[in-house]
Design a binder for this molecule. Sequence first.
Ligand code: PMV
Length: 355
Amino acid sequence: METVNLPENGVLFCWKSPSNIALIKYWGKKGNQVPANASLSMTLSEAYTITQLRARNNKKGAGPEVTFRFEGALNNEFGVRIESFIKSVMPWFSFPKDVLLEIESGNNFPHSAGIASSASSMSALSLCLCSLENWFTGGSDETSDFFRKASFISRIGSGSACRSVYGKMAVWGGHQAVDGSHDEYAVPTSFDLHPVFDDLLDTVLIVDPGKKKVSSSIGHNLMKDHAFAEARYHQANANLTSLLLALKQGDWNAFALIVENEALSLHAMMMTSIPGYLLMHPNTLSIIERITEYRKQTGARVCYTLDAGPNIHLLYPKSAENEAGILIKELKNYCYKEYIIEDSMGKGPEKLKCR
Ligand code: PMV
């Protein structure tokens, strides 16, 4: 049995990490959590997970053992999944295997909001694990290597989580237009966003707060024999090249065209899988039609994207807040109990003082 030199009360780490919304979508894998195409996302600000990890000696000497509390209550179902994730990433850590990990986690957004909680929760947990590693090795939690490793570990838990490790926007997946981009971790966008995109707002219009009918893992799998898979990967990579240009040049119209094309292509892949399925609801379509119409009528800088679900993310720069506000008031009528969440582009994870 390895001897772990942890203090009696253990050591404690705490990270707050946000969710993200993909503008260029990852849909389909090449292998173990390796994306079939590169993706780009905007990190959110208001939708985040706070995770606290206490590591103690595991006197039983049985490798890492996990207890998991979610929003204050012991949750064995999540605990089993998290223990299996932690065991799967142990080969990348040098800290002793015989640790007892007491994890407490909570989201500041409701489960049912249709916001990817796996991205915020997996990235928060991975950051805690990387901090634990540094406690043993004496490394710093502020270097780019630290965040790269946290991104790499997050990816193993949930692909899209690897992009949440960075503020503003991040790219995951090797792409010729992004220096240093990689299939195994995300990288932050290395250029300054044009001011038009530097204060992007995202109002999430909740059409249905329920659990989606088909999980993302099933959806990724259905891409394996998909008739349009290769065309889709090609389209996503080309869209990423064009989006990067739009973000640098401040071209809102190009941005809107690409982002909406990505949203509809993602859902087109679901519809044309075998078996095909629909995650959009009639009200999702009504909202899309109304956004398009409103933009045509007023020239307002608003556009939409969708995650793998029926809810709409309405994107607009701060300068278009008033026009967007008028539209949102109307769109609330299509939402579940007029439920919306106001979010914006965020700065990325934050290390917190532990309680
Ligand atoms: O990371 P996963 O396995 O939950 O898949 C995410 C897929 C999308 O959210 C639809 C797109 C993306 O790039 O985040």
